[in-house]
Design a protein around this ligand. Sequence first.
Ligand code: SF4
Length: 247
Amino acid sequence: MAKKSKKKSSAKKKPARAKPRPTKARKTAKPARPAGTDPQRVAAILAKLDEAYPNATCELNHKNAFELLIATILSAQCTDVRVNQVTQTLFKKYPEAKAFAYASPSELEQEIRPTGFFRNKTKSVMGASKAIIEKFGGEVPRTMEEILTLPGVARKTANVVLGTAYGIPSGIVVDTHVQRIANRLDLTRNEDPKKIELDLMPVIPKDKWILFSHQIIWHGRRICQARKPKCAECNLESLCYAKDKTI
Ligand code: SF4
């Protein structure tokens, strides 16, 4: 019996893979800042805001940091006018943190009901008041880190209280007006309030942070409204190239 001859393998040897060359780490391109943040343009915007709203301030009535904190918690999804109506009697019945901390939740719920979301707001108001008494000796804390530990307090409320009540420029308040107008003025291209604040902080001088927030909020309420901005009456018009300008 003839022996089967072993077939020679016809498969060619694959060439050895070349070792990858060490490459330089790729630089990730930083997102370009909006053209609107040119320092000269920003300075011109700030000058116009000073001209139009030299005395802009918080429109929530309050006598101290604690009242401002409570009013700001109540102002979520509610107008300042409505909050002021409610706090006018509320602060007489509950003149300090202790009174809110140990209030009857069901009574307080009814009292703040006109401001909306009253169950959650009651929890926040009572929780923040208790924490102020138990952890901070009855005084609203003065640092961002501490104030953020209070129930119902996020960066916007913290910036309002630290800036307006204590004069501490901890950041820039980004509410719905600042969110909209910072975009219209091309100072940011973000929609998320945290990102907008991070965009604005290096662009607006720190000594203007508190006033700038109030001025933009005033501008949003009076002129640069969401649906039909009154561009013909706006003193920023020559500096604004928003797509939804009305002139
Ligand atoms: S010109 Fe119009 S869109 Fe621009 S900031 Fe003024 S009101 Fe707002």
